[in-house]
Design a protein around this ligand. Structure first.
Ligand code: CO
Length: 196
């Protein structure tokens, strides 16, 4: 009990299955890192980028944080975005939120969550920006609509980063997508799109 040996065993099974299907898979990947998509998603364990999109290792560059936020002063997210856009030259950036998000729920209750309340303030801002529309909803539907509005807000934040603005004003192809994922059904839905 308590050890993680089963993960190493699963890794070995997975590695062998992949190399049986394609003997050069890892060798090819080792020599190139050229994903066309950057994924900005929630850290929630139920929303793993590769599995829910059916993409293989090498196909999607991933950044995850609580409630899939793009904050103007977050050097971690901004560094990932800069690397993805300027070095990897990704063609798409997806911000993906999900229903039943703990970050959204925590922003909605009045409890003290400690440090993370500072992060969740940004979701409170989304509530303030959209107070008229959100007044039409209550209960679970309120949380669901806030989840969607938060994704749209983060896509707008992404479009306003210096790195993305430079590309959107150039001839290079870059499309920003806002998606939401249902942990109940496993379904992805598009909410918004910004193309240059
Ligand atoms: Co979440």
């Amino acid at each position: 009990m308590g050890d993680l040996n089963y993960i190493f065993e699963q890794n070995e099974t997975w590695r062998q299955r992949i190399t049986t299907e394609d003997p050069h898979f890892f060798e090819t990947l080792a020599n190139q890192h050229a994903p066309e998509i950057l994924w900005i998603g929630c850290s929630d364990a139920r929303v793993p980028a590769n599995q829910i999109t059916g993409l293989l290792p090498g196909e999607i560059f991933v950044h995850r944080n609580i409630a899939n936020m793009v904050i103007h002063s977050d050097l971690n997210a901004l560094s990932v975005i800069q690397y993805a856009v300027e070095v990897l030259e990704v063609k798409h950036i997806i911000v993906c939120g999900h229903y039943e998000c703990g970050g959204i729920s925590a922003a909605l209750d009045s409890k003290d969550h400690g440090l993370i309340d500072n992060w969740l303030r940004h979701i409170r801002d989304v509530i303030r920006f959209n107070s008229e529309e959100l007044a039409l909803f209550s209960g679970e539907e309120y949380a669901m609509r806030l989840t969607e509005l938060n994704v749209i807000e983060q896509v707008n934040n992404l479009a306003e980063t210096t790195v993305v603005r430079n590309v959107l004003h150039s001839k290079r192809e870059l499309t920003l997508h806002g998606w939401v994922y249902s942990v109940h059904t496993g379904k992805l839905t598009e909410l918004c799109k910004i193309a240059d």
